[in-house]
Ligand binder design. Structure first.
Ligand code: BGC
Length: 448
C-alpha cells in the first residue's frame, strides 16, 4: 500500500564532510587544519597511517561525484567547507582558489537541481587558529563570524541553507575531554570552555548571517536518546546527567538561553559561571535545527565513569561495526521530545546511517548490504512516524554518500551508500543506494 506521509517538498539527500572525503588538504594554497596534524601524528591517531591526504579524492573528482548524486536522484547534498582552504590562516587573507572550489561545487549542484546545504564547520579548525588557542580562545567566536561572512558574501545568492557547526559535543568530548579526536587534549577544565566558545561562535555567526544573508541558517547537533536501565533513583539521575551532557548542553543555550543545571554536577569545579551577556549572544533565532541520529543509549549509574557517572548497558540487538545499537524507535521518541521541549522549529535529519562490513573491492554483482538497507528503511519509517505525530521534519540526509575517513578510526568503518575502492577510487553504489533512490522516487511511499 502506498502512503504519503512525507511532504511533497521533503528534502532527500546525503551528507559528507570536507576532511573525510576531499583529499588534497594543502592544495592550491590551503592552510593545514587540526585534523591534518592529528591524523599525521601516530601518538594521537588510532588508525595509524590513515589520513585525509587522498581520502576519496573528491577535490579532484567533484563533477563526477555530483553526477553520481544526480543518478541516485538526490534532491539535496550536505557538505562542509574546509575553513583553511578559504582562509589559510583562519582569519584575514582569503585564498581565492580555495573559495573557487566551493563555488564550483555549488554551481555543479545547482546545474543538477541538487540543493546545497553548506556546513561551515565540521571539525577541521585551521591549525593557525589552534596555535592561538583554538576554541579555548574567546576570540574564536569572532574568527568564526569573520569566516562565515566571507562565505555568506560569496555564496548566499546560491546557497539557501547554512549550518554553523556540526556536532559541538563531539568536538569537545572527543577533542578536549578524551583526546580521541583533534586537537587531542584531555582536560576537564578546558572542556566547558571549548563548548561555550563554540556556542558563542555559533551565535556570532548567526548574527553575522542576519546582516549579510537572506535565507536560512541553523545548527547541527548529534542527539543520542538516553533511557534509564531501571527506575532506581540513581539510574534516573545518571540518565538525566547523560542527557544533559550529550543532548541538552548545546540545544538549551542555543534555543532557551540557559545551560542545564545538571552540567554543574557533571563538571564540578570545572564548571564556570558564564556571563549572562554570553548566553544572550548564543541564543539567536535559528531557521532550523539539524539533528544527527545514529543510536540510543541505555544508562545505569556508575560512579567510576568520569565525569558523567553513567555507563551504557549493552542491549541484545543488532549492533553496527562501530558497536552502536540499531534502535529506530528512539528516533521517533527523540523528535517528539525535541518538539515538546523546544517548540515547533523545523528539523532536518542531517545525518543518519550505519557502518557495516563491506569488502574493500566490489565484486561483479556490486555490493549487497542488506543490514544497511534495513537500517535506512526502519529509520526513515521512524521519521514518518514522527511526522504523523505532527513534528515538522523537512528533510533527511543519509550518512554518508561515500565510504570515507571515519576520523580517528580511519578507513576501517564504511558508512557509505556508495562503496569506495581506496586503491582505484572507483565508486560503486551499494544496494542501499539503489534502495534509497527508490525511496526518494516514491517520496517515502514505498516503505510499507
Ligand atoms: C559525524 C560524522 C561521522 C559520523 C559517524 C557524526 O558524528 O558528523 O563526521 O563520520 O558521525 O561516526
Amino acid at each position: 500500500m502506498t502512503q504519503t506521509i512525507f511532504p511533497d517538498d521533503f528534502l532527500w539527500g546525503a551528507a559528507t564532510a570536507a576532511y573525510q572525503i576531499e583529499g588534497s588538504p594543502l592544495a592550491d594554497g590551503a592552510g593545514a587544519s587540526i585534523w591534518q596534524r592529528f591524523s599525521h601524528d601516530p601518538r594521537l591517531m588510532a588508525a595509524k597511517g590513515d589520513t585525509g591526504d587522498v581520502a576519496c579524492d573528491h577535490y579532484n573528482r567533484m563533477p563526477a561525484d555530483v553526477a553520481l548524486m544526480k543518478e541516485l536522484g538526490l534532491k539535496a547534498y550536505r557538505f562542509s567547507v574546509n575553513w583553511g582552504r578559504v582562509l589559510p590562516e583562519g582569519i584575514g587573507r582569503v585564498n581565492e582558489p580555495g573559495l573557487d572550489f566551493y563555488e564550483r561545487l555549488v554551481d555543479e549542484l545547482l546545474k543538477n537541481d541538487i540543493e546545497p546545504l553548506l556546513t561551515l564547520h565540521h571539525w577541521d579548525l585551521p591549525a593557525a587558529l589552534d596555535d592561538k588557542g583554538g576554541w579555548l580562545n574567546r576570540d574564536s567566536a569572532d574568527w568564526f563570524a569573520e569566516y562565515g561572512s566571507v562565505m555568506y558574501r560569496r555564496l548566499d545568492g546560491r546557497v539557501k541553507k547554512w549550518v554553523t557547526l556540526n556536532e559541538p559535543w563531539v568536538i569537545t568530548d572527543g577533542g578536549y575531554l578524551h583526546g580521541a579526536l583533534a586537537p587531542g587534549h584531555r582536560n576537564l577544565f578546558e572542556t566547558p570552555i571549548a563548548s561555550h566558545n563554540l556556542m558563542r561562535a555559533h551565535g556570532r555567526a548567526v548574527q553575522a548571517y542576519r546582516s549579510e544573508g537572506a535565507h536560512e541558517i541553523g545548527l547541527v547537533v548529534n542527539i543520542e536518546p538516553k533511557y534509564p536501565a531501571s527506575d532506581s533513583a540513581e539510574d534516573l539521575a545518571a540518565t538525566a546527567r547523560a542527557h544533559a551532557y550529550m543532548n541538552r548542553q548545546y540545544l538549551d543555550p542555543a534555543l532557551k538561553g540557559s545551560y542545564p543545571d545538571e552540567l554543574a554536577d557533571v563538571f564540578g569545579e570545572a564548571w564556570p559561571q558564564w556571563p549572562v551577556e554570553d548566553l544572550k549572544d548564543i541564543c539567536q533565532p535559528v531557521d532550523f535545527i539539524g539533528i544527527n541520529y545514529y543510536t540510543r543509549n541505555v544508562v545505569r549509574a556508575d560512579p567510576n565513569q568520569w565525569p558523567v557517572g553513567a555507563s551504557p548497558v549493552r542491549q541484545v540487538a543488532t549492533h553496527t561495526t562501530t558497536d552502536w545499537e540499531v534502535y529506530p524507535p528512539a528516533l521517533t521518541d527523540m523528535l517528539i521530545w525535541f518538539r515538546d521541549t523546544y517548540g515547533d522549529i523545523p528539523v532536518y535529519i542531517t545525518e543518519n546511517g550505519a557502518a557495516f562490513y563491506d569488502p574493500p573491492r566490489a565484486g561483479p554483482d556490486g555490493i549487497d548490504d542488506p543490514l544497511r538497507c534495513d537500517y535506512l528503511r526502519t529509520h526513515i519509517s521512524a521519521i514518518g512516524d514522527a511526522i504523523r505525530q505532527g513534528v515538522d521534519v523537512r528533510g533527511y540526509m543519509a550518512w554518508s554518500l561515500l565510504d570515507n575517513l571515519e576520523w580517528s578510526l580511519g578507513f576501517s568503518k564504511r558508512f557509505g551508500i556508495v562503496h569506495v575502492d581506496y586503491e582505484t577510487q572507483v565508486r560503486t553504489p551499494k544496494r542501499s543506494a539503489r534502495f534509497y533512490s527508490s525511496v526518494i522516487a516514491a517520496n517515502g511511499g514505498n516503505l510499507g
